[in-house]
Design a protein around this ligand. Structure first.
Ligand SMILES: Nc1ncnc2c1ncn2[C@@H]1O[C@H](COP(=O)(O)OP(=O)(O)OP(=O)(O)O)[C@@H](O)[C@H]1O
Ligand SMILES: [Mg+2]
Length: 267
C-alpha cells in the first residue's frame, strides 16, 4: 500500500522521514516511520497496544524528538521545538489530548484547566470567558466547571481534557483515544465535533481502538504494527475492508469481531 495519501500540492503539516524513537535509549517505540500529513487532513491512527500510537502523537506534538530520522512539524524542526525553541507558538497551533486525562488536568477546577491555554495566549478576559464557555458547552460539561478534576468520573475527566485543548482553538488537533471511557451519546457528540472541526479545515489525527468510528472521523488511516512500523497507509474504507490486514495488525480478532464479516473470512 502506498505511503502518501495527502492531498496533492497541499503544504504538509507533518513530514517524517525514517523516524525512530527509543525510550531510555533502548526501548524501541517507533522505527523507520515515513509519513506526510497535509493541511486539513483527518487521519485515524490504528495499532495494537504498544505499537507506538501515543509515542507518535507525542512526537507530532513536539514533546519528544526523534532519535534518528528527520521530522518537520508546521514547517519547524521538531528537535528544536522539543528543546523549547519557539515551543509557545508551536503549541498555539498544535494541541494534543493525552490518552490519560490525569496528565492533562492539573488545575484546581475544570474551568481553570480550560482557561489555562487561552490565558497563556494573553487574550482579553472576555475572549477567555467566551472560549471557555464554548469549549465546556461543546463537551457538555458546563455544569462541571467549578469541580476539581479529581471529583470527576473517568469519562467526565476525558471530556474536560478535550475541552482544555479545544479552548486553544489549535489548527492541528491530536487526539489519543478520545472516545475511550465515553458513553455512546458523548461519543457521538465527539464524532460530530471532529466532523465539524474537519469541515472547518482543521488537521485532525485520532488514535483509536474503536474501528466503528473510523469511517466517520477519518478519510485516511495509518496502521502501526507490533514492530512499531507503518503497516498500512491508505483511504479509510480500503484499509477497513482489508480483513487480513486488520487481523495481522491485531485490530480485530477472529473470535471476537465479526463486524458484519462472515466468521470464515477472518480465519
Ligand atoms: N515511558 C515509557 N518508558 C519506556 N517505554 C515506554 C514508555 N511509554 C511507552 N513505552 C513503550 O513504547 C512502545 C510504544 O508505546 P505507546 O504508548 O506509544 O503504544 P500505544 O500504541 O499508544 O499503545 P496503547 O494502545 O496501549 O495506548 C511500547 O513498547 C511501550 O511499552
Ligand atoms: Mg496509547
Amino acid at each position: 500500500m502506498g505511503r502518501d495519501y495527502s492531498p496533492a500540492g497541499a503544504e504538509p503539516v507533518f513530514r517524517l522521514e525514517g523516524v525512530r524513537y527509543l525510550y531510555n535509549g533502548r526501548q524501541v517505540a517507533l522505527d523507520g516511520i515515513n509519513l506526510t500529513v497535509g493541511r486539513g487532513e483527518q487521519l485515524a491512527l490504528l495499532g495494537a497496544n504498544g505499537s507506538g500510537k501515543s509515542t507518535l502523537l507525542k512526537l507530532l506534538d513536539g514533546i519528544f524528538s526523534p532519535n534518528a530520522g528527520r521530522m518537520q512539524a508546521m514547517g519547524r524542526d521538531v528537535a528544536a521545538v522539543a528543546a523549547g525553541q519557539d515551543s509557545f507558538r508551536f503549541h498555539r497551533e498544535v494541541g494534543l489530548v493525552f490518552q490519560d486525562p490525569d496528565v492533562q488536568l492539573f488545575s484546581a477546577t475544570v474551568f481553570d484547566d480550560v482557561a489555562f491555554g487561552p490565558l497563556q495566549l494573553g487574550l482579553s478576559q472576555a475572549e477567555v470567558l467566551r472560549r471557555c464557555d464554548e469549549a465546556l458547552q461543546m463537551m457538555e460539561i458546563s455544569h462541571l466547571a467549578k469541580r476539581a478534576p479529581f471529583e470527576l468520573s473517568g469519562g467526565e475527566k476525558k471530556r474536560a481534557a478535550i475541552a482544555s485543548v479545544l479552548s486553544l482553538k489549535p489548527e492541528v488537533i491530536l487526539l489519543d483515544e478520545p472516545t475511550a471511557a465515553l458513553d455512546p451519546r458523548t461519543k457521538w457528540v465527539l464524532v460530530n465535533l471532529i466532523q465539524k472541526l474537519g469541515q472547518d479545515g482543521k488537521t485532525i489525527i485520532t488514535a483509536t481502538h474503536e474501528l466503528e468510528i473510523v469511517p466517520l472521523i477519518a478519510s485516511r488511516v495509518i496502521v502501526l504494527d507490533e514492530n512499531r512500523q507503518i503497516l498500512a497507509d491508505g483511504p479509510a474504507q480500503q484499509v477497513l475492508n482489508d480483513t487480513a490486514l486488520l487481523v495481522k495488525a491485531n485490530l480485530i480478532h477472529p473470535e471476537l469481531h465479526y463486524l458484519g464479516r462472515s466468521p470464515s473470512s477472518l480465519s
